[in-house]
Design a binder for this molecule. Sequence first.
Ligand code: NAP
Ligand code: 8YV
Length: 321
Amino acid sequence: MPDFEILMPAPMMPMISEQLSARARLHKLWEADDKVAEMARLAPRIKALAVGGGHQPIDAGFLAQFPTLEIVASFGVGYDHVDVNAARQRGVIVTHTPNVLNEEVADTALGLLLATVRQLPQADRFLRSGAWPKGNFPLTATLRGRSLGIVGLGRIGKAIATRAEAFGLSVSYHGRNVQKDVPYSYYPTLLGLAKACDILLVITPGGAGTQQMINAQVLEALGPTGIFINVARGSVVDEPALIAALQKGTILSAGLDVFAHEPNVPQALIDMPHVVLLPHVGSATHHTRDAMAQLVIDNLLAWQKGQPPLTPVPETPFPLL
Ligand code: NAP
Ligand code: 8YV
């Protein structure tokens, strides 16, 4: 135990700190008065990093500070904040928290979709403002007869598709590959999917491969009755192009759980009454965040015992080739 030293650069859920402190030597960097000096003191001995989902990039320069690093356990399924190729080159395994959040994020996506189409937050604000006695809330768009195009039919995308089918939506999808054993139509191009559907929902990873893939041309293809839902990452969207499309009526509305520069959200979006904005809460329930936290812990404790990591990312499989 004493020689398995874990560094946690920034606070994570208390259950992670508690369980790791009980089984290994956990260093909470943010508690040090002089973080630079503390980092210099600890870095040569650190074998593991426990990191949160996204605000501090775990890039090549950061990783290079740890000559004895073996594993990075990241909280969240998306790991676009970790340079996994740099980790791989250093022989470092990166783990993430897939599957335990699929159903939760899919629930949130459907909630956001319904809230956006039926303007449920706006109706709530209308009632609270005392406007109801003066007249009814205006009629809204509908889910009836609509088709849903999912960009990224992976673990979460499939859970979203199952729910959407139960709502009577016809589902199609785009990704780089055809998915096996799904009944949904495949579109080899994003533009083709955007033209064919009237609700476009993105649930891909962030990072270089998907950077600003939702651009002005895609929004134009979605069209004036189109609704755009983003539960993936803010980086997949050209945010100024989205704002312009919403302002000009190029698309009808948007429901967004993620933004390009979280937690900062463009004032132009906040000022638009017809869009629905959530503060990145896709997986944010006690149940699911506990399951994600436990997977971070279990990955680190398995590694400490000399066992394979439970959920390495595909770029750093165990054993590393
Ligand atoms: P997953 O199983 O790996 O699915 C990702 C899907 O995206 C795959 O179907 C993949 O298909 C597709 N994809 C990847 N790169 C693409 C590209 N360049 N163009 C088109 N499609 C692409 O991942 P998951 O577990 O479902 O999670 C997906 C993402 O959701 C996470 O990485 C994260 O960014 C986001 N997320 C957000 C929240 C939230 O709170 N809002 C919560 C959890 C996850 P192909 O390989 O065939 O292209
Ligand atoms: C988390 C997420 O909120 O898992 C992901 O990829 O986006 C969310 O579940 C995030 O990682 C925590 O910061």
